[in-house]
Design a protein around this ligand. Sequence first.
Ligand code: C2E
Ligand code: CA
Ligand code: CA
Length: 645
Amino acid sequence: MRYNYDFEIASWMIMTVILLHFLFIRQFPSSKARIFAILLAACIAESMFNILSCVGLANTTLVPEWVNEALAFAFFVFEGLTSYLIFRYFMVVCGLSSRETRIMHLIGGIPCILFSVMVIATPFIGFFYYFEDGSYYQGFGAPFGYFYVAFYFFLDGAMLFVRRSVVDLRTKIIMVIYASAAIGMIVIQYHVRGLLLTSVSNALVVLMIYLSMQNPREMIDSASGIGNESAFQLQLAHVLSQKDAVHVITIRFARTERIHAALGIGNSNELLHQVGLFLLHLCGTGHVFRIENDTFSVLVPAHESREMQQRIKERFAQEWEVGENRVVMYMDLVIQHYPEDFGTIPEFFGMKQFLLEQAKTAGSSAVVEMDEALAERYCRRTKVETAMLGAIRERSFEVYYQPIYSVREKSIVSLEALVRLNDAELGYIPPEEFIALAERDGNIVHIGEQVLEEVCRFLAKHVLSNASLGIRSVQVNISMVQCLRKNLSETILPVLKRYHIPPSMITLEITENVAVSTPELLQRHMRELADWGIAFAMDDYGSGNANCSYLIQFPFKEIKIDKEIVWASFRNPTAKMVLENEIRIIHGLGLPLVVEGIEEKEQSDVMERLGVEYIQGYYYGKPMPAAECLRHIRQCNVMPENYAK
Ligand code: C2E
Ligand code: CA
Ligand code: CA
């Protein structure tokens, strides 16, 4: 019989063009790209042997029988392989766990082995085909070939169905087109004997896959020429699907702004390129990534990790030569271990952030490797974060109030609102622990809003209608993140209005770093809120720069001296002198003072002698729940001798 192989030639040409384009573009070396390249090569080989077979069979006078037999054999080898490789491709895109991968390898591997055995046996037993008088005939096992293809269809379809939530739409469409094309081809071929369409469905599927593959340039960092964060995530997902122990070494460069400013953009990019090349040579393509501006991550087999770290440290201890410049790059190194430390991509990134923070506090050129103690701290932090998020959702933060005592009036005249978080599992969580986390992810805005609302409710219920209590205002802490928002007044004024609270009853406490980092924005907020009657106090004065220019520049109502300074002044004469000087300067500017951390009568007496106007500390009352604080104020403001208890 003569075969019409026109469609085979067209399919072969299409697939060859795809292969050339694929090689020319250079895909990022992911497991998906690798399996696709093998599949494409196998499809091209299958199609080529099919065409050559047809040519050979049409010219039996010229082509010896053994050549035709060899061509048929080669065709069957690749035919068996392509269905299996398409299945392997779908396995990768389905993102199976390592256990599922093992199971699928077993289920998908058995028919492929069986098919291969039958192909090898065919020249002897005529299973798929046999030759007689130089002509080709289908063997008794030919239908097995259809079952074989159908089996993989079924398996691919089942796998995609089970993993439908993680598989993207494009892949699902590919599967549907592949299945309908293959069935269509079989039906046509059945009716039009001699028309060969074997490679048409293969060509369709590889074309669809290729068109759906990401643009490799989206995976490359243009400055350093290595993989970017998307490429890293892709590769990390691959690592997570395997059992092999891998270490992720993350390198974060310090003082990069200064280097960039000194070198200029061109040279900075050249420097990054050199760093990328060095790491690439050390760890190999597909293992080095620039995941943030100043952060690189490399994936290394666990047993090579120590040596790699050593070589990275040695190289970065030396200078880099860029144009005419020589630069030393300072860096922190953090190391995470798979599978011991993390099992998912978010877990990896959360932990990396934590380790980089530890490295930052450890000082310049720190090496931080995940260990048991760090893992415990990280675990605590994750729990605190969860507790905090839960409290935000359920609005279950409490607000405690700490009295502020007026030396002149000899009574408690205001309160500081302090947020409290009690968790069922962790118990009391100090604000210092969760506020830092809330500031990092912006959740402090929600906490601040809930605290203010609670303070307004408290004022409306207990203070507004109770002038005899003697409380004039409540001080509310405002974090830097809240101050950085453009609409600070819009988050505060509506709450006061809702509870009919005169704005003069609220004082916002901010720390010096707000003034340092965003002076213009702070000026605007202060002016806007001052117009409504809301005052500002500077908190923790002396813990930072203690730069008195901010006291002149901004209209603060009062200054709160940091308790560490106050405590130091009781221990150390120099600190005492510093405190006295600060008090003199602040008084010189005409501003009243609050000192914090006063725990004993003697300390309070010293502060009175220094002319401090207001005192806050355990001696005048610890932070207390609203009801207890009200009782305390009534008791103390009526009988001042109670302070001494
Ligand atoms: P802060 O604003 O400096 O608040 C004063 C802290 O000193 C409070 O700690 C208070 O309990 C403590 N304190 C006051 N007097 C004494 C004393 O005599 N001895 C000792 N040992 N400590 C004293 P707390 O409540 O743990 O709060 C810590 C920090 O958390 C606060 O420092 C503030 O920066 C932050 N914070 C608390 N509540 C809020 C809030 O609602 N919003 C924001 N943004 N920050 C808050
Ligand atoms: Ca405060
Ligand atoms: Ca303070």
